[in-house]
Ligand binder design. Structure first.
Ligand SMILES: [Zn+2]
Length: 260
């Protein structure tokens, strides 16, 4: 048994966790692993932030073999041009091909979150972009977050942050979609920035030829979720309602009807 009441950190705590897992979760998980041992058929790909507080497989109650999970700072989707001609080799591009071209998942979901340290950083330097970057994290955010910065500038220019934004095509087609960001004004500006960033990523899936084909044939759908990590609430962007809607027992059925 794990020694009780000893506060450990770092690798010690990871080892403690593995022992606890062996003693509690492993028997049930073994059954799940055996179900997918001969041929897993994952159904979706989640692309979310590296933040340690975003527990994507827990909030979705995912089982082994169900979901691919890709993580990077700020849940950013690089444009396919970044990988064209093999100039840059990137994990996101490889993961999308593995999940969507080789395994034919049915859905891609970008998950953003509140108090995102990556987004907070980009938000804080949004008016200082002519200054030299301080490191690779800033480089990553400045480069792939350009669209987010432009969209936020439009929102910031409206009184009360209440302007409707138009995002480039995402779901099934190249049609633009409209969004009202935080219409009840519940979240601070940096969280509005994070919500914009989550929606802004959707357009880049269409830049990948192997995704565009499946999106245009309606074999693949794209969605955006956003989670308030301190309240434990999860929101889904409704293309019909043009805003993020809290997923709960009263909205679930309506939101589910909006999925293919
Ligand atoms: Zn984050």
């Amino acid at each position: 048994m794990v020694a009780a009441n000893i506060a450990r950190k770092g690798m010690g705590r990871i080892l403690d966790g593995i022992i606890k897992y062996r003693q509690t979760l492993r028997p049930a998980l073994l059954e799940e692993f055996q179900k997918v041992a001969t041929g897993p058929s994952p159904e979706g790909l989640l692309l979310t932030c590296v933040d340690s507080r975003v527990v994507a497989s827990r909030i979705t109650q995912a089982v082994p073999g169900q979901l691919f999970i890709v993580r990077n700072p700020g849940n950013l989707v690089p444009h396919h041009n970044c990988f064209r001609n093999n100039v840059t080799v990137g994990g996101e591009c490889g993961a999308l091909e593995l999940a969507c071209s080789i395994n034919k998942v049915q859905v891609i979901v970008v998950i953003g979150h509140s108090d995102c340290k990556a987004m907070n950083l980009l938000y804080s330097i949004r008016n200082e972009l002519k200054s030299p970057s301080k490191g690779p994290l800033e480089d990553w955010l400045r480069f792939h977050g350009r669209g987010t910065l432009e969209q936020f500038k439009k929102l910031e220019s409206s009184s009360g942050f209440d302007r409707k934004l138009v995002f480039a095509g995402a779901q099934h087609s190249e049609d633009d979609f409209e969004a009202y960001i935080d219409p009840r004004n519940e979240f601070k500006p940096s969280d509005k920035f994070s919500q914009i960033n989550t929606l802004e990523q959707l357009k880049n899936f269409l830049t990948y030829p192997f995704l565009k084909e499946r999106l245009n044939r309606n074999e693949l759908e794209v969605h955006a979720l956003w989670t308030d990590i301190y309240k434990g609430e999860v929101y889904m962007f409704s293309f019909q309602e043009k805003t993020f809607v809290k997923i709960d027992e009263s909205t679930y059925k309506t939101l589910a009807l909006q999925c293919v």
